[in-house]
Ligand binder design. Structure first.
Ligand code: COA
Length: 147
């Protein structure tokens, strides 16, 4: 597996993966991915033989990082891809010396376990954050690593 910057050429595949993974929660469109890339946010893909199997994205300001998305296709879940993507994002926020935040469905046990194992804690609850499902989200945060 290779981690590399996400390319505009990957956007159509990202949208397919979004529909597989987030079908009840307003999956992102091609325009959403393009504007994330055009806005200069930090996006990486996980590739096997040039096929995209996952992606993750982050916005970083001088004050904080915000994880916008992280996804691994079903066939590759549970094999360390998500962890590798998350650690790639965390290296960016650590280089900037800022805290990082994200939202996650309260019923997403695998993702919550992954975030807890990487220094995040639950900070708050956003009711009906996801639409159209109406699912609740936890806000999670990880303090700045200033080592
Ligand atoms: C959440 C997601 C990105 C994790 O990626 P992954 O490649 O499956 O995860 P990894 O194999 O790298 O495992 C990383 C950690 O996640 C947790 N985890 C993964 N699968 C799990 C499961 N089925 N149950 C509990 N914890 C799990 C564990 O803490 C694991 O660490 P460990 O192997 O040391 O125990 C992936 O499952 C996914 O894309 N899910 C659908 C989309 C999604 O929910 N994205 C997150 C939105 S906030």
């Amino acid at each position: 597996m290779t981690i590399a910057p996400l390319r505009h050429a990957d956007v159509a595949r990202c949208v397919e993966i979004e529909h597989e993974l987030f079908h009840g929660d307003d999956p992102w469109s091609e325009n959403a991915f393009r504007s994330e890339l055009d806005n200069g946010n930090f996006y990486v893909g996980a590739y096997v033989d040039d096929a995209l199997i996952g992606y993750a994205g982050l916005a970083v300001s001088e004050y904080e990082g915000s994880i916008h998305t992280i996804a691994v296709v079903s066939a590759w879940q549970g094999r360390g891809v998500g962890r590798t993507l998350l650690r790639t994002l965390l290296a960016q926020v650590d280089a900037a010396g800022v805290p990082v935040y994200l939202e996650v469905r309260t019923d997403n046990t695998p993702a919550i376990a992954m975030y807890l194992a990487h220094g995040f804690e639950q900070l708050g609850l956003r009711r009906r954050y996801y639409q159209p499902s109406g699912a609740d989200a936890y806000t999670m945060g990880r303090p700045a690593n200033r080592d």
